[in-house]
Design a protein around this ligand. Sequence first.
Ligand SMILES: Cc1ncc(COP(=O)(O)O)c(C=O)c1O
Length: 401
Amino acid sequence: MGDDSPTTPLSQEAFPVTERWIYLNNAGRAPLSRGAADALAEFGRESSRSGCLAFNDQMARVERTRELAAQLMGTSADEVAFIKNTTEGLAFVANGFPWEAGDRILIPSCEFPSTRLAFSGLASRGVDIDLVEPEGPGATLPIERFAAQLAAAPHPTMVVVSWVQFAQGWRTDLRDLASACHEVGAILCVNAIQGLGVLTAEFGAIGVDIAVADGHKWMLGPEGAGVLSITAEHLDRLVPTELGWNSVVPRGDWSGNGSLDPTARRFEGGSLNLAGIAGLGASLELLLGAGIDRIEHHVDRLCDQLVAGLTASGRAVISDRGRGRSPIVTFDPLHARPEDLCAGLRSHGVVTAPRATGVRLSPHAYVSADDIAAALEAIDRCDRPDPVLGGTRPALAEGLR
Ligand SMILES: Cc1ncc(COP(=O)(O)O)c(C=O)c1O
């Protein structure tokens, strides 16, 4: 903790959270980088001093952040819109797509609630929501799990899936899934919040049609400043459901007769979260400056270290570490209930979260190998048999499954 190891791709100096915590909950809410916190503070200062006079500079920063987001996703800036959060991005897709009765959507059943809920209202319009069942305790979703439902007639119109599943961390091979979707004419819409910022993204090159993510996890930004990317090919198919003054060109034509913005900016109907986007921009500069390849590699090594330590102490890692390996490692404690273990770890300076049947660990690139060793020691100390009851946890855990 607080050890500014030069081996972390993101300097611990840039993350005040490391002064007090070994922070392993980036899949929940990541801490702001110092740069993002400064950008938010500066936004407040300049807006309080200058009001509308600061607007043009702030909009220039929005466009700079859009370019960074495009670079991060491997798309072009004109394919990127800022959104309030992942849920809003999914709602734009669900409510703006020209569905027809009889259309089918494939969605894994183990998804984070928003991924499914956003599309649930479409059933009343005759759209079939076809759930894809994951396999085993790790909720794995290899491409084969989609194959039969992709092949079945009528072919699905869209597949909606998280890049990385939030609980056990299965990482979908987007390249394979995109080509399987396109073979049957389906659009691939990805909830990217659990991957963007920590995994190399090449959405344009691999054929991801639409992706959405808020900034508050691996992108290390504040809540409420997220991104949607949509390829030019699909832009005109998705009707903007929040048309407003900021969807038309030229901006500042107050007659209301402007024409629809030819880019993804058309989805930004009204005033943007300028403060949040300024914060997001600062974190994206930091991430891209460090290099996403390097970040991904470092975090993968930390996860290997976690898996080695957990299995050596007899704990079951339920996350897949084969084809589906991701920055999320979820394990079943030996003795403690997951919530109790997370609380115990917090009192030892380690931040984690209970998910699935166990405890989810999600380190980012400001975490060092020493931090992971200390976290593993804390797990050993906290995951002990109850001194009074003894035994192991199954009876206690039953209610959680
Ligand atoms: C897969 C996934 N989607 C979405 C969210 C959050 O959605 P939003 O950005 O709308 O708050 C989370 C947060 O835990 C998540 O894990």
